[in-house]
Design a protein around this ligand. Structure first.
Ligand code: FE
Ligand code: FE
Length: 311
């Protein structure tokens, strides 16, 4: 049975009413749990025009654009980058994340743990290296900030909460927001775009400065990347780039920010693109068996980011 034929029902985040599950999957699992590509169109994912979650998604991006400024990002760095909120193993952090539901994503309403396992399993199925699989498992864990965040800062963990500094497509703050960004009509609502210091092509940066040296709209990507670096994870730089940049669609999908890129950034972008297809197209409603799968992933965690980590 393919995941797309299931007819479970889910909570529609908008009105809190029951509606049919979205039948969208690019990869799907057969009866023995193997991943295979399905024949669903790519266009059915990242539908920002008429998905059944449209009003939530639109509000998310409007608020995100209004609030994510250089000043805001600096405040979040100050708040989170000492990493003194908790000491948790990856497993313990997953337990905390169980109740988190994404409100910005038009493709799925499953708890994020299941999305991360689906992503990891699809990467594993394709025969990619172990660190790549682990990246699949960890890539969205930064949403754990909802535990320490506030509604005013866009860090609520509920399906209809404010999550504009947890998730959603990111961009580089401190320079002009590109028109290829999702909902470009909201770009003008960003206060930095009225500031001549920030609203130019180069903004506060120098040519060829490197993607590593830019500031991004604050969210789960940036936090998780910084957290893994802080805890001296041995995940290779390609994997860390996947985590840090996977939501920066203007860069990895629309080739923006050429002015800042180095040769190595070109390579990193290919890795991020490779990762991205798994992130995007494995959002089926078939629920992975956490208990069965966990021992395999615990071994990868022990190899690349063992023990209690500082969050
Ligand atoms: Fe993500
Ligand atoms: Fe994801």
């Amino acid at each position: 049975m393919s995941a797309t034929t299931e007819s479970k029902r889910h909570l529609s985040s908008d009105e809190g009413q029951l509606g049919p599950l979205p039948k969208k999957t690019k990869f799907s699992q057969d009866a023995s749990g193997n991943w295979k590509k399905s024949d669903k169109d790519e266009e059915e994912f990242r539908n920002y025009e008429n998905s059944d979650r449209q009003s939530v998604v639109e509000r998310h991006y409007r608020t995100m654009r209004q609030n994510q400024t250089v000043e805001f990002v600096q405040r979040m760095q100050k708040k989170y980058m000492p990493f003194t909120n908790a000491k948790l193993t990856i497993w313990e952090a997953f337990q905390e994340l169980k109740t988190y539901v994404d409100s910005s994503d038009p493709d799925t309403e499953l708890p994020n743990l299941e999305h991360m396992l689906q992503t990891a399993e699809a990467i594993r199925e394709q025969g990619h290296p172990d660190w790549f699989q682990l990246v699949g498992l960890l890539h969205d864990m930064g949403k754990i900030m909802f535990l320490w965040g506030s509604p005013e800062d866009g860090q609520e963990g509920t399906a209809d909460g404010c999550q504009w500094s947890l998730g959603g497509d990111t961009w580089v703050v401190g320079c002009k927001i590109p028109d290829t960004n999702v909902f470009p009509e909201f770009n003008k609502l960003n206060p930095d775009m009225k500031n001549p210091k920030y609203n130019t092509e180069m903004g506060i940066y120098r040519e060829g400065q490197g993607m590593d040296n830019l500031m991004f709209a604050w969210g789960h990507d940036e936090y998780m990347y910084q957290m893994l670096v802080h805890n001296k994870s041995t995940i290779p730089k390609e994997g860390l780039a996947m985590i840090r940049f996977h939501s920066c669609y203007p860069w990895h999908k629309h080739d923006e920010y050429q002015q800042f890129m180095t040769k190595e950034d070109e390579e990193m972008k290919e890795w991020v693109r490779e990762f991205n297809q798994f992130d995007l197209y494995t959002k089926s409603e078939k629920r992975p068996n956490v208990k069965e799968l966990w021992p395999y992933y615990q071994a990868l965690i022990d190899k690349y980011c063992p023990g209690k980590l500082s969050w």
